[in-house]
Design a protein around this ligand. Structure first.
Ligand SMILES: C[S@@+](CC[C@H](N)C(=O)[O-])C[C@H]1O[C@@H](n2cnc3c(N)ncnc32)[C@H](O)[C@@H]1O
Length: 400
């Protein structure tokens, strides 16, 4: 067991980095002072612009060798210095995203000579093309309403609908206001939700995350909760104490979360039945759906409602409107709201179709022969005329 892993050292990051061997970290996730004049009990956020940028370049130079070749880096900034700092990083790494964290700041006045700034800018950088990135671990589940609305057959069993969508580069997550249950006594504490998303996506289970500026220790807490290792630094001893107590709380189970491997298994489970379901549904629709409709089975699901309705309507042989309507009604009674619409439409359509088909259906040969014999001959009759008249009569009788 190494003497630097899963520890937050209460010291200057630039000194402390010497503890960490090069190439031993999967992810650098860091939230440095933004140089906006905040009081962290030190002068780190109150430097001249030149000093701040020079200092930033120094710690970047010292930290990057700690990354594994396929590692990544996330850095929290604001619009004030993100342009300069992104350029520094772009010279050394590949920039994948600029993520906007919309802090969900409520409208309460704000700036009067400019627009109120309500977001943080996060840079996501990688070392090389085959960087670690686990999209499935951070997919966002569709809500029930959206899923229901995607009831067209092309969406049935779609993996992405079952496992959720991939996060976009705009993250709307509320900042931690004073009353927030997560809130510790730190002025710029970040929400666990954001840090955990980054960890799950960009640090493998049992991997190592490095945060040079731990503050209240959010990165360490998130790592514990997600089954990752951490290492980091914090200058202010009061914040170091907060980190220890938050870690102890987490270990006591107050903020525990399922192990990452379990989450991954859950995502896989969610994806598999979806594909199976899709395969199972297609051939099942015709017979099963008709049976269900006939038996007024209330188990008809939204996803099968449409094919069921079609089959029900087609199976109404005489295709008279009232019977087709009745079939559609059965489906509608059995299925929830969305199904009602889709069930009614195809039923009416189908009701018209078979009726016309029956009307066009030619009469049988025997019927035509009989009609031909019974036909009254007129002086102007030709064999062709007689034959046409016979077909007409026989067809009319068949329909009747
Ligand atoms: C923006 S805060 C980090 C907040 C943290 N992400 C959280 O969720 O609580 C930056 C922190 O870096 C610390 N800091 C500033 N200069 C430092 C240095 N040279 N070494 C270590 N920590 C430093 C500050 O005391 C401050 O707590």
């Amino acid at each position: 067991m190494s003497d630097w892993l899963n520890q937050v050292f209460c010291e200057d990051a630039l000194t402390g980095l010497a503890r960490i061997p090069d190439g031993s970290v999967d992810l650098i996730l860091t939230d440095p002072p933004y140089n906006l004049g905040k009081d962290y009990g030190n002068a780190s956020d109150q430097q001249t612009v030149e000093d701040y940028l020079r200092w930033t370049e120094r710690w970047i130079e010292a930290a990057l060798p700690k990354l594994k070749p396929n590692g990544s880096l996330y850095i929290f900034l604001t619009w004030r210095f993100s342009p300069e700092i992104f350029v520094m990083l772009k010279k050394r790494m590949t920039m994948m995203n600029e993520i906007i964290w919309d802090r969900r700041v409520p409208s309460m006045g704000g700036s009067v000579r400019s627009y109120s700034s309500v977001h943080d800018t996060i840079g996501f950088f990688v070392g090389r093309k085959d960087y670690y990135f686990d999209l499935d671990a951070v997919r966002i589940a569709y809500d029930a309403e959206t899923k229901k609305a995607r009831s067209r057959s092309i969406f049935i069993g779609a993996k992405w609908l079952e496992v959720g969508y991939n996060p976009k580069d705009l993250w709307s997550v509320s900042r931690l206001h004073r009353e927030h249950p997560e809130r510790a006594d730190h002025p710029t504490q970040k929400p666990l939700e954001i840090i955990e998303r980054m960890l799950k996506a960009s640090c493998p289970p049992d991997g190592v995350v490095l945060d040079l500026f731990m503050g209240s220790g959010t990165t360490a807490i998130a790592a514990r909760r997600c089954g990752r290792n951490f290492v980091g630094f914090e200058l202010n001893p009061e914040y170091c104490a907060i980190i220890q107590s938050r870690l102890a709380e987490t270990d006591a189970g107050a903020l525990a979360e399922p192990a990452p491997l379990k989450q991954r298994a859950a995502v896989k489970r969610a994806a598999k039945p979806a594909v199976k379901k899709a395969a199972a549904k297609k051939p099942a629709t015709k017979k099963v759906a008709v049976k269900k409709v006939a038996a007024k089975n209330v188990d008809v699901k939204t996803v099968v409602a449409k094919p069921a309705a079609k089959v029900a309507a087609k199976s109404v042989k005489a295709a008279s409107k009232p019977r087709a309507k009745a079939a559609a009604k059965l489906v509608a009674e059995a299925a929830p709201t969305v199904a009602i619409e889709s069930a009614t439409k195809p039923a009416n359509k189908a009701a018209r179709k078979p009726a016309n088909k029956a009307a066009r259906k030619p009469a049988s040969k025997t019927a035509i022969k009989a009609a031909s014999k019974a036909a009254i001959k007129t002086p102007a009759d030709t064999p062709a005329k007689r034959s046409r008249r016979a077909v007409k009569t026989a067809t009319a009788e068949t329909i009747a």
